[in-house]
Design a protein around this ligand. Structure first.
Ligand code: XMP
Length: 322
């Protein structure tokens, strides 16, 4: 895949060249792609769809750790574009595997492995697939190298799909930076609200629920997170924030509601400014905004009686709590 960048690079010329190259390279072969709902995999899918149409099958796995209504909304958007997309509801399978697990690394490993298992099973049901498409972008490649040039990890687009899948890799965005991917997405007809979405990690809410993950906890966090994100939009703050998230802690605290003592969950709000996620600083919201979000969460999310705001920088803290 050449489509090298020259000084006269434009998103339109990139798209034209990429489609020509993909047509030549893939011919009549079948291609499979794991969609995440994120910008990189979506732009890759649309580009491939333009080049090879129905020979591309995209698989979108619901691991039960997506944002509220994310699976349905994203699936609908893809279907409207005309993508040949298989939505797989694997929620129960993930919840079962995660039951009783509290260690963050172990949770990550289980989510990654389960994702690969589901993806492989679905891909193996397709006829005569020769290629695996990935939304790898340039920083993914750079970040995967050690100073001596060897690779230390595959980028984490889909949790590192196994080499023994025996599929050839096609990565049409591999020379692009994130802003260029957005420009290409825009030219391909994606809406600004799809292109300007905050980063969302592959393991999803799984790294924002501390301690054991249960369907009940996912539901509490989805509701709280949805209120926070909606309010960022309402107050015109969403696009001023690099990434925002709600986190569910594994501790309860005492509160009072209707003259009765409560003993319920704590939600953390996290919002950061960053350039490349290597460093990050908390966003300085007005206290009025934070109070409004807190009230709305406590009044509307059953099981939450306290909301706090994380003011830590990265380093030494990280963006996700895990
Ligand atoms: P941390 O918590 O390390 O996060 O400060 C830095 C950025 O990386 C995202 N992140 C991930 N993205 N798969 C992803 O696709 C992952 O496993 C993963 N872990 C962290 C995080 O959301 C933040 O933007």
């Amino acid at each position: 895949m050449q489509n090298k960048k020259t000084r006269d690079w434009t998103p339109i010329s990139f798209i034209e060249n990429a489609i020509d190259e993909l047509k030549q390279k893939l011919g009549n072969d079948n291609v499979v792609l794991a969609l995440s709902g994120g910008v990189d995999s979506s732009v890759t899918a649309i580009l491939l769809h333009k080049a090879i149409g129905k020979n591309l099958t995209s698989i979108f796995v619901d691991h039960g750790l997506l944002r509220k209504n994310e699976f349905e909304n994203v699936l609908k958007t893809y279907e409207q574009i005309g993508l040949n997309v298989k939505g797989i509801d694997a929620k129960e399978r993930f919840y079962k595997m995660l039951s009783g697990i509290t260690d963050p690394e172990q949770k990550r490993k289980i989510i990654g492995k389960c994702f690969i298992d589901v993806f492989e099973e679905e891909a193996s049901k397709l006829d005569n697939v020769k290629w695996l498409a990935q939304g790898t972008i340039y920083p993914d490649i750079i970040e995967s190298r050690t100073p001596d040039g060897t690779f230390v990890k595959s980028h984490h687009n889909v949790g590192g799909l196994p080499e023994n899948m025996k599929l050839k890799l096609v990565e049409p965005l591999r020379l692009l930076y994130k802003n260029e991917v957005r420009e290409v997405g825009y030219e391909l007809g994606m809406l600004p609200q799809q292109l300007n979405r905050h980063p969302f990690p592959g393991p999803g809410l799984g790294i924002r629920i501390l301690g054991e993950i249960t369907p009940e906890k996912v539901s509490i966090l989805q509701e709280a997170d949805d209120i926070f994100i909606q309010m960022l939009h309402t107050w015109g703050l969403y696009e001023k924030v690099w990434q925002a998230a709600a986190i569910l802690l594994p501790v309860k605290s005492v509160g009072i509601k209707n003259n009765n003592r409560t003993y319920e969950n704590v939600i953390v709000l996290r919002a950061v400014k960053s350039i490349d996620a290597m460093t990050a600083e908390c966003v300085h919201f007005s206290s009025m905004f934070l109070e409004e979000v807190s009230k709305k969460i406590i009044n509307n999310v059953k099981g939450v009686n306290r909301v706090v705001y994380d003011i830590s920088s990265k380093p030494p803290a990280t963006i996700e709590w895990e």
